[in-house]
Design a protein around this ligand. Structure first.
Ligand code: NI
Length: 204
């Protein structure tokens, strides 16, 4: 192979690597918006997918167990200081606002801290918000997989001056999925409960 040809090949390789990095950067940007941002879910990006996890009663469940209901899916963790409680409270008030129609909706919290959020821990937590709220945990691999499917970013952060030891940064969208688990829309964690209930109702 000539030196010129090798040079050309190397150039093409560099361009390919840069292009791949560019795509990775865009994906990372979409993820690196802890508890905020508005772009996720727009366009034709596919969000959601099948999962097998463990609920707050220790039962193995999968996405098909909730088929026929709109799934309201939120990723968070029980030690989250304020963002998760806000989002979950909004979900609870929206559920109450839906009245009898709330039966058509399954609110779900999927933990991004599976090490600490065992079924008993989740059970106590979800019960404090709403009787219909389901809490799901799993192995770190199961959680990583479902988070990937939902394009949820989460990352352990070491806390130096806290007995907790670590916190978990995570994106704060609340996803609304249809009766077959397909993405319908999403809410920011700071959406009002009235708005959420109204937009859910529009999807019945
Ligand atoms: Ni949180």
């Amino acid at each position: 192979m000539s030196a010129a040809k090798r040079g050309l090949q190397r150039g093409l390789l560099i361009i390919a690597v840069l292009a791949a990095l560019g795509v990775a950067g865009l994906v990372a940007m979409q993820w690196l918006m802890p508890h905020g941002g508005e772009q996720a879910g727009s366009g034709q990006v596919s969000i959601g997918g099948p999962f097998t996890l463990t609920d707050q009663d220790g039962r193995t469940v999968n996405d098909r167990d909730y088929a026929g209901k709109l799934m309201l899916v939120y990723f968070g963790f029980t030690n989250c200081p304020d963002i998760c409680p806000t989002g979950l409270q909004t979900i609870a008030i929206a559920m109450d606002g839906l009245g009898a129609d709330a039966a058509k909706v399954q609110p779900i919290l999927i933990t991004v801290d599976p090490e600490r959020d065992t079924p008993p821990v989740l059970k106590e937590y979800v019960q404090a918000f709403h009787e219909r709220l389901v809490g799901l945990t799993g192995t770190p691999e199961q959680i990583a997989r479902v988070a990937r499917e939902y394009r949820v970013y989460y990352q352990k952060v070491t806390l130096k001056d806290s007995s907790l030891g670590y916190s978990v940064d995570h994106s704060g969208f609340i996803y609304l999925m249809d009766g077959q688990g397909r993405y319908l829309t999403h809410f920011r964690h700071d959406v009002s409960p009235e708005d959420m209930a109204k937009r859910i109702r529009a999807k019945f």
